[in-house]
Write a protein that binds this ligand. Sequence first.
Ligand SMILES: *Cc1c(COP(=O)(O)O)cnc(C)c1O
Length: 427
Amino acid sequence: MNITNSEKLFAEAKNYFPGGVNSPVRAFKSVGGSPIFIKKGKGSHIWDVDNNEYIDYCCSWGPLILGHANDVVLNAVNETMHNGTSFGAPTELENKLANLILTFNNYIEKIRFVSSGTEAVMSAIRLARGYTKRNKILKFEGCYHGHVDSLLVKAGSGLITFGNSSSAGVPDSFVNETITVPLNNKQAVTEAFNTYKNEIACVIIEPVPANNGLLIQGKEFLQFLREICTENNSLLFFDEVISGFRMCFCGAAGMYNVKPDIITYGKIIGGGFPVGAYGASKEIMSCVSPEGNVYQAGTLSGNPVAMSAGIAQLTECLTLNFYEELEKKTNYLVDGIMKNNSFSLFKIFNLGSIFWIAFTKQQSISNAEEIDGDSMKYFKILYHELLKQGVYLGPSGYEVGFVSQAHSYQDLDKTILAFKKALTLLK
Ligand SMILES: *Cc1c(COP(=O)(O)O)cnc(C)c1O
């Protein structure tokens, strides 16, 4: 496999950007080797600057549920763009996207658009604190919520802990407002509420944790969080930046039928453009400026080009059997790969069109501690072999893969075959 041009560009990029990239995982550090520089994408395929072609299961880390350069999205963007790209004043497009999101949502009544998932979470945390007049937040080890200061906290030792910052530059005083507990552990959550009575503004969770493997939680645990939050006048915060519009139009909240107080969205709602959103009841959202005193603003918030991409993409997602088809394809892929995996070297966990390859003997994995970090050496081998055979996954064994509407059964069959060949190397 020739990647000379990618290597050249990466060498140059290292002069410009820390580690040569604008987001760390792109640097291929966890799989080794040089990152592939992408030239173009269409449907389920991407091409690199050396003209290698890949079937893409990264899909920009989730946003591209219709695949690359979808014609409906491109047409909408094109039309909007020619009338100006940003006004810093309201446009009808914001109403339209908000209407699409809210009409089918039983849990939130108003939203605010921002420009990334991180920004949505950061703003919603401020809202939760402003609304409850409390400072502490409870999060789960193994959930990612963007690079918000107070959420870059990993568990220390012990069941409930003020963790350690997982990044330099986060003051201890911030870390001290964040309580970290393991996923799928009622006892830890209960203890946290007992210890910090009337101090916890919100419990934030990815209802489908998909940023550190795919750590599927049971409905019962999410329902338990709902109840304990209600009892303690804390807000339940579902970070649906990945899960929103992924398994169904009503998100994980709808799928599990558990009511959060605050929801954040991102990724899919922007159709490949930078959009995030946070939403809640009218009452909670009335705390947001200019109605209330929780300040939050953005020069490019509700950007018309991004809004039109989001509207086009979500409208497609509403078509009949959209999610059923996606799930069917994903199951076909997973079953196909596993049929050839007779030594059970790894498992694939999947939900809707999200899948995660885990080198484990366990039947299920529901918290971060159960992931065997050592097993990532196998993922590395698998990764490069798949790449050689034209299958592109996100470059880390902790990352999930996505099947898009654009993936054909021919793509899936090719991928199954590529896995079969790659597996011979792993034995
Ligand atoms: C991707 C993601 C974020 C961060 O969104 P960005 O757009 O990368 O800032 C936050 N929360 C969850 C659950 C995510 O998957």
